[in-house]
Ligand binder design. Structure first.
Ligand code: UD1
Length: 391
């Protein structure tokens, strides 16, 4: 197996896992979008990779087959993270664990409350109990920017503010921005220290996963890191999942020669980060001893409005005659602005995002065209509207 020196910050002992050198890493959810890219990254750096994945139908479709994109060097064990026996088997001979198996739909989590809590919270509990019997050298858990609720803002005097969610009445009036004491707030990059305000069952489950892993990790001497992912995009996104991100939805609209539908006024800002940068951040978390015991934002460190990203995608596609349609509608539970302050990951992990948005968009679009899947994305997006999750 090939060994690289990578571009990390060179910690190779203590509580980091050092470089690959045949160490075996388990990725729960390793057949999924992010997990499979992480598998590629780890394999390229000399690790052996095992994936525990139930190949859930919502993500992988009805075939229950090994996804074609999954590297053949990945040892895939089909099993559920809630199944203690399967988890025990998967942990045999493993040096480190990435816990990525989770149900991931913010809207869906608000009506499949029991399933989300079962898969995400209890699944993590089952894994952690197994780890107490078979400790590993490193544990990294996938968390989400959704734990923040709204991002960080500042008031006109420059004081930081962590506002509560917008009320349904406010949204009903089409008044999209955030206010404090009647004064309009300005969005700022969100650092890890911003108080968490989970506002969906999904976000709550991610916070729970984070805290449970850090807590049990500390109690059992398993150096543990939580990574708060921002809006990840890239090839292998689950296109038939209605909860796939906005970029895949917009790409599908354009490819069907229809304008993207932009909610609110399109000025809401996000941090879109390429899955390749995310995979690198994950490996750095594994290899950096100082990362233990903390949560890190993983984003691109740049923000862009939804309207701007639609326009940038149109440019990437060479489309000039399909301006985005600003609907003035809104999704229940949507936040207005949240984008990452990535300075902690830069300092501690040596994380440097490398994929520009324009390169990343081009890659995403090429992949969706290659999959011939734009109708599926459309149908999946319509599923949300049918369920009344968009107004
Ligand atoms: C949410 C979650 C995040 C999760 C992600 C993908 C929160 C705070 N964040 O992010 O944890 O990883 O979903 O599941 O809950 N939009 C349109 N038109 C569309 C679709 C979306 O304008 O057709 C807008 C949305 O209103 C939103 C933005 O695009 O303002 C991003 O939406 P989306 O990609 O679904 O992700 P988030 O809601 O940011």
């Amino acid at each position: 197996m090939e060994r690289h020196n990578g571009n990390g910050n060179g910690h190779g002992n203590g509580h980091g896992l050092g470089r690959g050198a045949g160490r075996r890493v388990l990725i729960t959810g390793g057949a999924g979008f992010v997990g499979s890219h992480l598998a590629d990254e780890l394999l390229a750096h000399g690790y052996r990779v095992r994936a525990l994945d139930n190949l859930s139908e919502q993500v992988h479709g009805p075939d229950i087959a090994r996804p074609a994109y999954l590297s053949e060097d990945v040892e895939l064990m089909r099993g559920d993270v809630r199944d203690a026996a399967a988890v025990k088997r998967a942990l045999q001979g493993v040096d480190a664990v990435f816990h990525f198996a989770a149900a991931v739909g913010v809207g869906q989590s608000m009506y499949e409350i029991e399933r989300y809590t079962d898969v995400n919270n209890r699944g993590t509990a089952v894994l952690l109990e197994a780890l107490t019997a078979a400790p590993v050298e490193r544990l990294v858990v996938a968390s989400s920017m959704s734990v923040y609720g709204e991002g960080l803002y500042c008031d006109p005097d420059g004081n930081p503010v962590s506002p509560p969610p917008r009320s349904p009445e406010q949204l009903g009036r089409g008044d999209w921005e955030l206010y404090s004491h009647g004064r309009r707030l300005r969005p700022m990059p969100t650092p890890e220290a911003k108080p968490v305000v989970p506002s969906s069952v999904y976000a709550l489950s991610k916070l729970d996963q984070e805290l449970m892993c850090l807590m049990v990790g500390q109690a059992y001497g398993i150096p543990t890191t939580a990574l708060r992912f921002f809006n990840i995009y890239g090839p292998r996104q689950a296109l038939s999942n209605p909860y796939t991100g906005v970029l895949a939805i917009f790409a599908a609209r354009y490819l069907n020669r229809r304008p993207p539908l932009v909610f609110e006024d399109g000025r809401q800002r996000r941090d879109f980060v390429s899955v390749h940068d995310v995979a690198r951040a994950c490996r750095l978390a594994l290899e950096t001893p100082q990362a233990a015991g903390q949560a890190f934002n993983v984003g691109s460190g740049r923000s862009i409005s939804v309207l701007e990203v639609a326009e940038q995608m149109a440019q990437a596609l060479g489309i000039e005659d399909l301006p985005p349609e600003i609907t003035g509608k809104y999704r229940a539970g949507d936040i207005r602005h949240c984008y990452a302050d990535i300075s902690l990951a830069q300092q501690v992990l040596g994380y440097r995002p490398q994929v520009t948005l324009s390169d990343g968009l081009e890659e995403l679009v090429d992949w969706i065209v290659g999959q011939n899947a734009y109708d599926r994305v459309e149908a999946a997006a319509q599923e949300l509207a049918r369920r009344g999750l968009q107004r």
